[in-house]
Design a protein around this ligand. Structure first.
Ligand SMILES: Cc1cc2nc3c(=O)[nH]c(=O)nc-3n(C[C@H](O)[C@H](O)[C@H](O)COP(=O)(O)OP(=O)(O)OC[C@H]3O[C@@H](n4cnc5c(N)ncnc54)[C@H](O)[C@@H]3O)c2cc1C
Length: 368
């Protein structure tokens, strides 16, 4: 067992791994260059959606499903362990088509009896408006899917940190600028010109993990994919649910806010917010709900998803038998996947294997 593990990057992926490693009894130090969850992990929408059964042959299906189930389990104990309430709540989901093609896709999804998505009924526009109270401007109505969940992603990451700290994990501020190997085995990291030695290391620097490519001479094809969301305050309390249209969504928070997103912008490490994105997201919301007509815009944020070249996470030992590990590239659903990623990586670092899920589709070796 590796006794002291350094984790580089304090986003949700690094913090979840630190938590599960600490639960397993390891000594862990997390190095974060900015603030905990200062990247996408703190600014995501926090939607925890189970994957659709019709994606069961997708290599990401298992990690999403395990992540969804672990979120349910964590919600029972992590708030007490950490002292941090992170607003986990079961959230009904409504899928709303806006084009003829989306409508026919939804109909075939609902008529597939093997999917067990209940109820398998398309509600017309009037019925949907009546049942939801605020999804009242649809062309074709919509359908309730199996419920999902949500968390406040910043508070969720803080809960992992607080629980991990109680188990002895150290969090330090510093920028990792190098990884030092001896004959292809991990020895230490360089943090702000200081050397910190350990038995093993995990790189979880989100889209910045690519920097480690130069330190290790390995391909780490991860890049930032910018996303913007807006937070609005509707005039009345909306029925609690998530509206889904393709890759866009609107989700109610228990504090009354309505969060809407999102964009996908391949613009490097630029995190500026733009009027164009704001207008696009508001237009999306107005297509489906009159609640947006009188809602107040509270905040607009932009952050960077870590996206790998083939869209799959990069998780595993970066160099075979080196004790240098990596976990990044969780793209649009890193909050959902984080407990599964954290526990699987903790197993791998501690014991060299995991029975939680098949990590082979995510093997960093696939790029070398
Ligand atoms: C608009 C938007 C909405 C989203 N909504 C959802 C959602 O609803 N549900 C969902 O499941 N996912 C969602 N996501 C995706 C999710 O936010 C990400 O997949 C996830 O947060 C990635 O976590 P991470 O820990 O890998 O990376 P990050 O959160 O980027 O964390 C990496 C950390 O590493 C630190 N770091 C970088 N370089 C160094 C260094 N050299 N030394 C030390 N530290 C360093 C950074 O400061 C950062 O804190 C959303 C993303 C966006 C952009």
């Amino acid at each position: 067992m590796n006794t002291h593990i350094i984790i580089c990057g304090g986003g949700v992926i690094g913090c979840a791994t630190a938590y599960f490693l600490a639960v397993a009894g390891a000594k862990v130090t997390v190095v974060e260059s900015d603030g905990i969850a200062s990247g996408a992990s703190g600014a995501a929408a926090g939607i925890i959606s189970p994957p659709s059964i019709n994606t069961s042959d997708d290599p990401l299906f298992e990690i999403k499903m395990v992540g969804f189930n672990l979120h349910q389990q964590l919600a029972q104990k992590l708030p007490d362990e950490s002292g941090v309430q992170y607003d986990y709540s079961v959230t009904p989901r409504v899928i709303v088509p806006n084009t003829v093609t989306e409508l026919s896709d939804l109909k075939s999804r609902l008529s597939d009896t093997q999917l067990n998505e209940s109820p398998t009924e398309l509600l017309d526009a009037n019925l949907l408006a009546k049942q939801t109270g605020w999804i009242d401007k649809t062309k074709y109505g919509g359908a309730f899917l199996e419920a999902g969940a949500q968390v406040d992603p910043y508070k969720f990451t803080l809960a992992l940190v607080a629980a991990a700290e109680k188990l002895g994990v150290k969090f330090i501020t510093g920028k990792v600028t190098g990884v030092n190997l001896k004959e292809q085995t991990f020895e230490s990291v360089t943090v702000d010109h200081k050397i910190i030695a350990a038995d093993a290391c995990m790189l979880s620097m989100g889209p910045w993990a690519k920097d480690a490519s130069a330190w290790t001479n390995r391909a780490i094809p991860v890049r930032p994919l910018k996303g913007q969301i807006i937070k609005t305050q509707p005039q009345k309390q909306l029925t609690h649910l998530t509206l889904i249209n393709g890759s866009n969504y609107a989700i109610t928070r228990e504090n009354g806010l309505l969060i809407l997103g999102t964009t996908e912008e391949d613009v490097g490490f630029d995190t500026s917010i733009t009027d164009a994105a704001r207008d696009e997201i508001i237009a999306f919301g107005l297509t489906f709900s009159s609640a947006l007509e009188t809602a107040e815009l509270i905040e607009q944020t932009a952050c960077l998803r870590p996206l790998s070249d083939d869209g799959r996470p990069i998780m595993g030992e970066l160099i075979p038998n080196s004790n240098l590990f990596i976990s990044t590239g969780h793209g649009r659903q890193g909050i959902l996947m984080s407990p599964a990623a954290g526990r699987a990586m903790s197993d791998l670092i501690n014991t060299g294997e995991t029975s939680l899920l098949d990590l082979s589709p995510f093997d960093p070796e696939r790029f070398n």
